[in-house]
Design a protein around this ligand. Sequence first.
Ligand code: SAH
Length: 363
Amino acid sequence: MEVSAPKINLLDLDKKGCEDLVVALGFKAFHGRNLFKWIHKQGVVDFEAMTDISRALRKRLGDETEILLPQLIDAQPSADGTRKWIMELADGQRVETVLIPEGRRATVCVSSQVGCSLDCSFCATARQGFNRNLSVGEIAGQVWHATRELGEAPSNVVLMGMGEPLANFDAVVTAMDIIQDDLAYMLSKHRVTLSTSGVVPNIYRLREVSDVSLAVSLHAPDNALRDQLVPINRKYPLEALLPACSAFIDGDKRRRITWEYVMIDGVNDSIDHAKRLVRLLEGIPSKLNLIPFNPFPGSDFRTSTPVQMERFRQRVLRSGIVATTRKTRGNEIAAACGQLVGMVRDRSRRTATRRCSVGAVEL
Ligand code: SAH
């Protein structure tokens, strides 16, 4: 019996990949560009509807490739307009994507892994464990769905959903290239933001291959506290992280690092923390984004009071660093920062990836 090779998922290919594929099938490269445009810009996933592609090529594509999207199995609306989508992947794993309307358009918050292996002590995704990386198609597919839903490409894409994007480097970079491509979603470098907890070597690598904006989950002004909150700090402490971030924006005067700082009552939210934070960031073009801690079942942390958050923010502002407080969106549907959990089917792989995660709270 002949075993047929698995079909290529065209969603895994960027523009160049589509061109190369079409050339390998014996056709001209520009058909590859058309194919890419049909899929991402027009949202067409039926080869027969791709009218400017020859019948012969359509037949080959149908025989040897497929366009496999994540399946949108549930959409939960929130009172503030935020929508959380549950996406089911081909192997039954589930991840979450969040659509945050802003005026007429919207920001899409995209997941990059099934679960997460980093074990930050204040994050619900960490409790789910880690199963696997998402493929290019599974990442770009979330933006594909959002675009169809909105009727146009989103205004911003943030890699701030489930997972650590820099731990899934190649797929994330290719997916971001697709998101930025003029024949696809056309987002500029200012409108695509990758958030990392600080996988230092890959911050340097990112700078070589991509011009997206960088957000860094800082959450503490010193190593002792950051070791507790963001355990990857034990591997890549602040003295390694900060130079990598400076290097990332080096030479571009208009660029800044966005520092995310979750405000946890009595843990990292004092004026003394604010002062030390300001000293730490001295010399790095910075924007500080304070995120009220979003509670989730099983967590002992509490959100800082609004008064404390504002005091902290004012102290940072006084030193000349732009500081904003992120509005919590979609809280009642557990779609806010750090509340995404999806459905991780096999958590066993977590143990193999936990070397840098000592001491985090366990359920
Ligand atoms: N792993 C990447 C991408 C996740 S982005 C990173 O760590 O940057 C999600 C952001 O929400 C991160 O800044 C994360 O630290 C923050 N976050 C996680 N749990 C949270 C919670 N319970 N409340 C508020 N913010 C949280």
